[in-house]
Design a protein around this ligand. Structure first.
Ligand code: SOE
Length: 380
């Protein structure tokens, strides 16, 4: 495990828990976690369940007793670590967005394809694909239950940056994070729409905006919960991104991503409208899916709320009795489950690094469009 922060903790939980709920072909052994600070990494190893701690990722990805490397560090380190791990013959799981730039993402996708020829697997961590209600939405749409998809709306809204005196975090530094709301959460919106509809974003018209351009530097602690110093730093990423897109199958889409939507905590709302029905998903109600079936009798039509907690639903049977819902952390376990099966059954995991590259190209097109008065820009 590379990284001891938010995602390092979420992915560690998944490796601890997945084998206890799913019958897996291999049992993951949590060998070593890597961070920059020796004492903090040792504490993280103990807390998160890793046998050892290290501050040297190069030494770790070369170890014979490491088969899988999970990259949860900030985006500026993804490419170097992933490529080294793949070349050392390790399977790789890498957090989204795949990289900070298209060039890095392309190098990673090339390395992943070379490694795949040697039986080495790689996956990018768009975990929300594995929220049961979202996976189920894709099943309905792909089975033609809403007919031909014409319109998609996706808004990923959070509010954790609303306080303009909240201290800087690495997520506000373009060098470390690549972009702001766009890559951190807009990437999820893009991936989810493409995953559900099976159509890819081909053209975009985008706007990016930074509301708070300077913040106090961090004196101690981590991120926004840390304490602010008297010195100030410059925010170099977007605070909000909004864009429209044309999809490969002829549908149109709109996307919003912001960490300034006061009152919205972790709302990823996705609406897909087709010629015969519609679906609505909201991450703040992640065990539910709304489904409008145009095949219902005329006087009985309306959105029905499906509680996606039944054994018939994706992943749900492994967990709790019917009706007992799941939370933010469960999709990470589903990710681990699927990756381990892919490795054991010698299958290409999904989403692949090529999928991660394609999302990166969408993000890049939005940035180019925004810099050019929102001109229609081809994803390339
Ligand atoms: C991870 O999947 C992730 O995108 C984080 O990187 C975001 O910061 C979080 O808000 C949503 O989940």
């Amino acid at each position: 495990m590379i990284g001891t922060g938010f995602m390092g903790a979420a992915h560690s939980q998944a490796f601890r828990v997945a084998p206890r709920f799913f019958d897996l072909p291999f049992h993951p052994e949590m060998t070593v976690i890597v961070g920059r600070d020796a004492a903090k990494t040792q504490a993280a190893a103990e807390k998160l369940g890793w046998a050892e701690a290290s501050t040297d990722w190069r030494e770790v990805v070369a170890r014979d007793d490491v088969d899988l490397v999970d990259i949860c560090s900030p985006g500026d380190s993804h490419a170097e670590i992933a490529i080294a791990a793949l070349q050392a013959g390790k399977h790789v799981l890498c957090e989204k967005p795949l990289a900070n730039t298209v060039e890095e993402a392309r190098a990673m996708a090339d390395a992943a394809r070379d490694a795949a020829a040697r039986g080495i697997r790689s996956m990018v961590g768009f975990s929300y694909r594995r929220v049961p209600a979202l996976t189920f939405a894709r099943e309905l749409v792909q089975a033609g239950r809403i007919g031909e998809v014409r319109q998609a709306r996706a808004a990923y809204l959070q509010d954790w940056l609303v306080d303009e005196n909240g201290p800087m975090t690495w997520r506000l530094d373009k060098k470390l994070a690549g972009s702001g709301s766009l890559g951190d959460i807009g990437a999820h919106a893009v991936d989810a729409v493409q995953f559900i509809t099976g159509q890819s974003v081909e053209q975009v018209s985008g706007h990016l905006r930074t509301f708070v351009t300077e913040r106090p530097l961090l004196a101690s602690g981590v991120g926004l919960s840390g304490t602010a110093s008297d010195e100030r730093g410059t925010v170099t990423v977007d605070d909000a991104a909004w864009f429209t897109g044309q999809l490969s199958g002829g549908a149109v889409a709109s996307f919003e991503a912001t960490r300034y939507a006061t009152g919205r905590k972790n709302g990823l709302k996705i609406e897909i409208f087709g010629s015969r029905g519609a679906i609505v998903f909201d991450l703040e109600k992640m065990n539910e899916l709304e489904f409008y079936d145009g095949a219902d009798a005329a006087g009985e039509q309306g959105f029905r709320r499906i509680f996606v907690t039944e054994p018939e639903h994706p992943y749900a049977a492994a967990w709790w009795p019917t009706g007992h819902g799941l939370g933010y952390e469960h999709p990470f376990s589903h990710q681990v489950r699927d990756l381990i099966f892919d490795i054991a059954e010698e299958r290409a995991p999904s989403p692949s690094f090529d999928d991660g590259l394609q999302v990166q190209q969408v993000l890049d097109a939005v940035e180019r469009s925004s810099a050019d008065s929102a001109r229609w820009t081809t994803v390339s």
